[in-house]
Design a protein around this ligand. Structure first.
Ligand SMILES: [Zn+2]
Length: 134
């Protein structure tokens, strides 16, 4: 079934994320792991923030993520950025794939949370947000 608008896409994504969280909560998936690493940025280049492999199925998937604890220590990386990065990772667990460039749901949806649900500001380039996606 083709997706015809943003609302339909959002509802699909929320349904999938809800499903995998239910699967995890009711132990219908393998036990999830939250791992961490500590990888500083190289200059202004961000190595990783929150990472997850794209799942091959859309149900019974553990919501495994790898969190870069370095980013949690950065004063310029606020809650909204971390939330968007986690959301992007979970969309991977829900079966969505990159590319992580504008016009794609797996990027647009997390960027919306990173902006505090505000409309896009044409002065702020998308790459300021998606540098936090893995
Ligand atoms: Zn990604």
């Amino acid at each position: 079934m083709p997706i015809t608008n943003g609302r339909q896409a959002t509802e699909l994504a929320m349904d999938q994320i809800t499903q995998i969280i239910k699967d995890n909560g009711f132990r219908r998936s393998p036990r999830a792991r939250i791992d961490w690493t500590y990888i500083p940025n190289i200059g202004s280049f961000i190595i990783t923030t929150i990472r997850a492999n794209t799942a091959f199925t859309q149900t019974n998937v553990p919501i495994n993520v790898l969190i870069n604890a370095y980013q949690l220590d950065q004063q310029n990386v606020g809650f909204g950025i971390l939330l968007g990065s986690m959301f992007h990772a979970w969309l991977h667990r829900a079966g969505f794939t990159d590319p992580k460039i504008t016009g794609y749901f797996i990027s647009e949806c997390p960027m919306c949370t990173m902006r505090g649900f505000a409309p896009k500001n044409p002065v702020v380039p998308d790459n300021l947000f998606y540098q936090y996606f893995d």
